[in-house]
Design a protein around this ligand. Structure first.
Ligand code: MIC
Ligand code: SF4
Length: 642
């Protein structure tokens, strides 16, 4: 079997392992971060379960670390106390980015991990089945509940050859994105195999599985081999190793081949991670900012490569270079071995080990600036500057360009010295606070920023409303529920967030939705790609959105809509999209009955009252989905069933 199927078979609770059918799996570990975590723990509390039932659950503080007011610090306090009470380990701010730290200290080959962050598949780099989900799904898993997903097909990426100097793991995933696009992984798992696997270190593998999120894939995974064992040994965790070997040719739905030796430095141009071109085809592009870090490229080796390229040089005078190591462990090693001094001597600005500029938490570029980032997303406005032009590149391209001041193919600077993974990492888990023993009294501290969140209502007999907005393809959750330094502090305040819903597309949207008393959103392909943030469902729910009608959905967002009782519909005939205009009145008669019918594959009919036409839509619902939608979402259903 494929490695993915081997792990699913071990964890299967119900369902058939055939692509497209709904399965339920047992979750061994969960992770949350602070920007989705406050909501996940509020939902966990609402479920009334005293103690988490997973093998391990960890809460990280890494996103909202820019404390411009009391809000983020209040959220941190809430998460620290609520996790202590309910049995969750707490990784303090400064300890690092959730995915990097989880890979270093907690992930285990062969286990399942559910995280309230779309880049949870990072731990696929050590052969873990690591899936990103909405906060509510993670809360259910913490309570011992199953995680439901559609069984994906497994796409094998066969790796041959060896990466040349100055070409890196980032270029491998950019090449996969170039070939498959940001929606090419929907309904799939990407599994890496072939002789090239042994040439990649665990952090390199993790860069690749991390950014598999941008393909829309359910997850990405590597074998667990001798390299994995050495990495875990170096982290003092050899006992956590288990071998996981790839399946045979017939075990995969499809295979694509990449020869690592033939790759070259690549860049994803504005404003999509799949808009990929060779760096040598963008020569001389003047660069204003360079940012090195994020959960994609902040490992020890990434930082050592950066230090080697910057060594003895000075950052170009018109460039601002910021560097954020991914974890305290990485930062510690750089401080001990002198590499940090080399990076600083070049003129780089050192940031704390956190997400930082990746989610617009500081370091927004100047107007129209070109920013080269080793991150994973370059959606419009995500950097905090609407007019910025963000390119996604490897640490090698980033460091080389910071020195020259223009987009630079790092191979023109010569070769890098060969880098070895450390034989042992310095181990110090003093930034991870264990939970209080069961039964202890812990007071949960709630600041004034924490507001009640909306819960859906039982589905009415008729679902109707105006088309509030008509959107293009590839709308991201950064459009639907924007983040950044101004909005992230309000992740536990849905009414506040609602004022910005879809504002990058149309600033009038929230006011219009409110005035209309809610309605329906219409969109194109791959609607809701990007982040796992549940806010992209909670905020429309708060504004009264009853259905979202699009050409196709991204996986996590579709699940978040259903979990919150919003009907996710797709056009049976995409041409019907052209027959709808903003302000049209749409109506679904006998909505509950039609929703039940959708379980058997029947179409849901929508009447366009304004145009006097009817058209068919699909909902692709399982019986469980239909139950949630009829009840007004998962929490409403849990409450109704006592
Ligand atoms: C992101 O990269 O967009 C985030 C911020 O990490 C999100 C989670 C969030 O919106 O809080 C993600 O990827 O899921
Ligand atoms: Fe943090 Fe950026 Fe990674 Fe999201 S993608 S977890 S914001 S570093």
């Amino acid at each position: 079997m494929s490695i993915f199927k081997q792990i699913i078979a071990e964890h299967l609770i119900s369902g058939e392992m055939t692509p497209g059918s709904e399965i339920a799996i047992r979750i061994d570990q969960t992770l949350t971060q602070d920007s989705t975590g406050t909501m996940a723990y509020l939902q966990f509390e609402a479920m009334g379960i005293p103690r988490v039932k997973t093998k391990l659950s960890v809460a990280y503080i890494d996103h909202n670390t820019l404390q411009t007011g009391f809000e983020n610090a209040d959220d941190h306090k809430y998460i620290q106390t609520v996790t202590k009470k309910h049995g969750v380990y707490f990784s303090r701010p400064g300890n690092g980015i959730c995915h990097q730290v989880h890979l270093e200290r907690f992930g285990k080959p062969g286990l399942t991990l559910l995280g309230s962050d779309s880049h949870t598949p990072t731990c696929g780099g050590i052969g873990m089945c690591a899936i990103g989900a909405g906060g509510l799904d993670v809360a259910v898993a913490m309570g011992g509940g199953a995680y439901y997903l559609l069984m994906p097909g497994v796409c094998r990426v066969w790796l041959e050859g060896k990466l040349p100097s100055m070409v890196s793991a980032k270029d491998v995933i950019l090449e996969v994105l170039r070939r498959l696009t940001v929606k090419g992984g929907v309904g799939k798992v990407i599994e890496y195999a072939g002789p090239g696997v042994a040439t990649l270190s665990v952090p390199e593998r993790a860069t690749i599985t991390n950014m598999g999120a941008e393909l829309g894939a359910t997850t990405s995974i590597f074998p667990s081999d001798e390299t994995t064992r050495q990495f875990l040994k170096a982290q003092g965790r050899e006992g956590d190793w288990q071998e996981l070997l790839s399946g045979n040719d017939g075990d995969y739905e499809e295979t694509i081949t990449i020869n690592l030796s033939e790759l070259e430095p690549l860049a994803a141009r504005p404003h999509s991670p799949d808009n990929v071109a060779p760096v040598r085809e963008i020569p001389g592009l003047k660069v204003d900012q360079v940012a090195i870090g994020s959960c994609t490229n902040s490992s020890f080796t990434d930082m050592m490569k950066t230090a080697a390229i910057l060594d003895g040089k000075t950052v170009a005078e018109h460039v601002s270079l910021v560097v954020a190591p991914g974890s305290r462990q990485v930062l510690d090693m750089l401080a001990q071995n002198g590499a940090l001094a080399k990076i600083m001597a070049s003129g780089a600005r050192i940031l704390e080990a956190a997400c930082g500029p990746c989610i617009g938490m500081g370091q927004s570029p100047a107007t129209d600036a070109v920013s080269l980032r080793t991150f994973n997303r370059n959606f419009p406005g995500r950097s905090g500057t609407a007019s910025a032009q963000v390119y996604l590149v490897s640490p090698e391209v980033a460091a080389a360009s910071a020195i020259t001041g223009v987009m630079t193919d790092p191979r023109t600077l010569g070769e890098l010295p060969a880098m070895q993974e450390p034989e042992s990492f310095p181990l110090n888990d003093n930034m991870v606070i264990p939970p209080a023993p069961e039964g202890s009294e812990v007071e949960v501290v709630r600041g004034p920023n924490i507001k009640p969140f909306p819960i859906g209502k039982v589905m009415p007999g008729t679902v109707s409303g105006k088309v509030l907005i008509k959107l293009e393809d590839n709308i991201t959750t950064d459009h639907i529920a924007p983040a950044g330094a101004k909005l992230l502090p309000y992740r536990s305040n849905i009414p506040y967030q609602a004022e910005y819903c879809l504002s990058p597309c149309d600033p009038e949207f929230p006011a219009r939705a409110k005035a209309a008393g809610g309605g329906i959103i219409v969109g194109g392909e791959n609607y809701g790609q990007g982040s796992s943030r549940e806010h992209a469902a909670l905020v429309p729910l708060y504004l009264g959105v009853r259905a979202v009608l699009v050409k196709s959905f991204a996986r996590i967002h579709q699940a978040n809509l259903i979990n919150n009782g919003i009907l996710p519909l797709t056009f049976v005939s995409p041409a019907d999209y052209d027959k709808i205009d903003p302000e049209d009145e749409l109506l679904i008669e006998d909505a509950p009955q039609q929703t039940r019918g959708a379980v058997d594959g029947k179409a849901i009919t929508i009447r366009n009252l304004t145009k006097g036409v009817s058209f068919a839509t699909n909902a692709a619902l399982s019986p469980r989905h239909a139950g949630m939608l009829l009840a007004g979402g998962l929490l409403a259903e849990i409450k109704a069933n006592g």
